[in-house]
Each structure stands twice: as C-alpha cells, then as structure tokens.
Write a protein that binds this ligand. Sequence first.
Ligand SMILES: Nc1ncnc2c1ncn2[C@@H]1O[C@H](COP(=O)(O)OP(=O)(O)OP(=O)(O)O)[C@@H](O)[C@H]1O
Ligand SMILES: [Mg+2]
Length: 398
Amino acid sequence: MTRTTKPDDGGPTATPAASLRFDAVQKRYPGNARPTIESLSIEVPAGEICVLVGPSGCGKTTAMRMVNRLIEPTAGQILIDGRPNTERAPADLRREIGYVIQQTGLFPHRTIAQNVATVPKLLGWSTDRIAARTTELLELVGLDPEFADRYPAQLSGGQRQRVGVARALAVDPPLMLMDEPFGAIDPITRERLQNEFLRLQAQVRRTIVFVTHDIDEAIKMGDRIAVMRPGGRLAQYATPAELLLSPADEFVEQFVGADRALKRLALGRVRDLELEEPTRVRYGDPVAGVREALRRAEVPYPLVIDADGRPLAWLDDDDLHGERIADGIGSEVAVVDRDDILRDAFSDVLQHRVQYAAVTDHRGVVIGILSADAVARELAPPGPAPVQPAEAHHGTGA
Ligand SMILES: Nc1ncnc2c1ncn2[C@@H]1O[C@H](COP(=O)(O)OP(=O)(O)OP(=O)(O)O)[C@@H](O)[C@H]1O
Ligand SMILES: [Mg+2]
C-alpha cells in the first residue's frame, strides 16, 4: 500500500478503500447454548456501503467487532484486501479502521476536539493539520465550533453521536465500521446527516459496514443490504432494489414491510425525474407580464426568486393584482435538493399548501420544479418488464 505522505505533513493520504470478506465466520460465546453467529459469509467490494439490518440480538454488533478484532471468531476468517485480519496486530487494525460505536464511546475526560483528533494524533499529524481537520469535521456533522472545547458530558446524546462519526472519519480510513451511527438523532438532523454522509461518500468512496435497525435507513444508505436473522444467519444479501422487488422469503418480506411500493421512493433521486420549469418572477415585476407568462406555464404558480436565483415564495391568483408584485407577499416554498431521495422530497412537498417543490443545486439556486404528481407517477406499478430474448423461453412464472 502506498502512503504518499510523511506522517506529519499536510498532504493528502492516498490509502485506497479496502475490500472486506467474511468467510464462514462463526462466533460462539462461552456459556451460550447456541452460537451467536452460525456461519456468516459476506463480500463487500471496496468503496461500497454494506448495511447490516436485523432484529435486536441477531449478531450485528458481534459481526462488526470481529472485523477490527475487538472480538475473535470461533471459526472462519475475515479478510481485508484479501488478507486475514489475524495477520495484523489488533492495535494496527484499530488505528486503520474507523469505528463508530453503538453508544458513541467518547473519552469522557477529553474535549470534543481531542476526541476527534485521537487517531490523527496517534499518527503524528502536525498541530495545524489536526486543528484544520477537526474544524472541518465538526462542521461536516453540523456541530458549532464552540463545541470543540466542551466535554462529552456537556453534549446531548445526538450531539455525542455526531462527534463519534467525526472521530471515525478523521483520517479518511480505508474501512469504516458504523454501529447505528445516527440512532439517537432526531429525524430532521438524521436526514441531513445521511445526505451529507452520502455526498461525502460519493467523493471519498470508502468501504463501510453500517449497522441499523431501520430498514428505511438501510435502503437509503446501502449499496448492498445484508438482512440477518437470529443466529447471525443471512436471510438475503442484495441491493436495495432487489430487496424491495424480490424479497427472498417471508422473513425478509416482513422485515421490509407491507409498504414496499412506497419504499421504492428511496431508490430514486430528485435529479432522476424530469423537472418542470417554473415561471420565475421578482418582487416589483409588472403584474401584467407575469399573467402573460403564466398562460404558457407548466406550473400554475409563479415562483418568486431573489437576485441569485434562490427561491423566496409562491404566488397565487390573489397575489396578482395592482401594477407590480408587492414586496414580501406569497406563501412558503418547499425546497428540496437535487440529490435528495424521492421519499424525503415527497414528504416535504406534501407538508406545504402548494404541492410543488423548488429543486435547488448545491448553491441553493432553483433548477426546476418537482410536483407531487411527478412523484406519484414514479410510484405507479411498473409496466411488464421488457423480456430479454434469451429469457423468453424460460418464463418467470409470473
Ligand atoms: N460477551 C458476550 N457474552 C455472551 N453473549 C453475548 C456477548 N455479547 C453479545 N452476546 C449475545 O450475542 C447476541 C448478539 O449480540 P449483538 O450485540 O451482536 O446483537 P445486535 O444484533 O447488535 O443487537 P442490537 O440490535 O440490540 O444492538 C445477543 O443475544 C447477545 O446477548
Ligand atoms: Mg448492536
């Protein structure tokens, strides 16, 4: 592996993402009648997010902790980049593998900044580089810089969890283990963190094992999902789409839930749909011109934007009187990001009176309009799948 930098300079670390393989891994705790994990085989390609889901006690945390040798398997082996992890000292593995613990596990006597800097410090980074990275990470997880000098006990549970995520990300590790990293966070912050995390992952392409109880989170975050049953048995290992479209058995079907069709909305992004064009207007524009433009418009409401093209308000018929559009009038606009998943965007649209949302790019500039109708069309049952000529003879029994 090539590290292109000396340990304490500020240059980029070029450690590539690592592949991970569980090979017939078994874990039997002494005194337990049955093994916690009977025999688990999973392969996670480098740069992918593998989500482990399953009922409490099915062995998710156990599986994860065997990767960095906090727990040793009873049989089988775990390979990182094709190399058994038993060839590496546990301390080396833990320095190299980011780990977000289910209960955060921050060091209580160290400040937030010191917690985040744990591994960079072990690796001998310079003070400046550590300080810059810490600030960057706290911002990423949405914590004010003023938290840097506080102690974990002075934070809420959700804030502590975010520090845990920042700490695991500190050195951009080739492999990350995240055990319910967003478990204790409110739904709105959680959605934001998930989105930030996916955006970051699209850039850095780390290999991530991610544990959650929440099937919606699994569908949103996972490239692949491993659904586990009690006894660490693998019920299905598949992409989110496969899991939703063809659950392997009744257990998976129940776990995925009866609203599978709705859940498919988590597979699409706003940017995948054809957006509609708004009639963009500014406060002070002549009303007659706006009325004229509206006659040809796809969206029946004019959208007020500011000088930079950011959305301000919807107008309706009642707002269009007098000579010019009066300052500050109109109703609230639902704003969604082009990278949001359709499920989150749909729920934002439905919470507003006008059932259209302004779609913005990363600068907050309006690039189009998403309508509740467009999302609903996406939900319509798919037509018969085109039959591949080679498969035409076999029939699918459907
Ligand atoms: N040190 C231990 N000794 C004995 N049994 C253990 C030990 N640690 C875990 N177990 C048992 O192994 C099983 C799996 O535990 P694990 O923590 O891996 O579950 P989990 O899937 O992460 O559950 P949760 O979703 O509740 O976090 C449980 O039944 C647990 O009681
Ligand atoms: Mg657990």
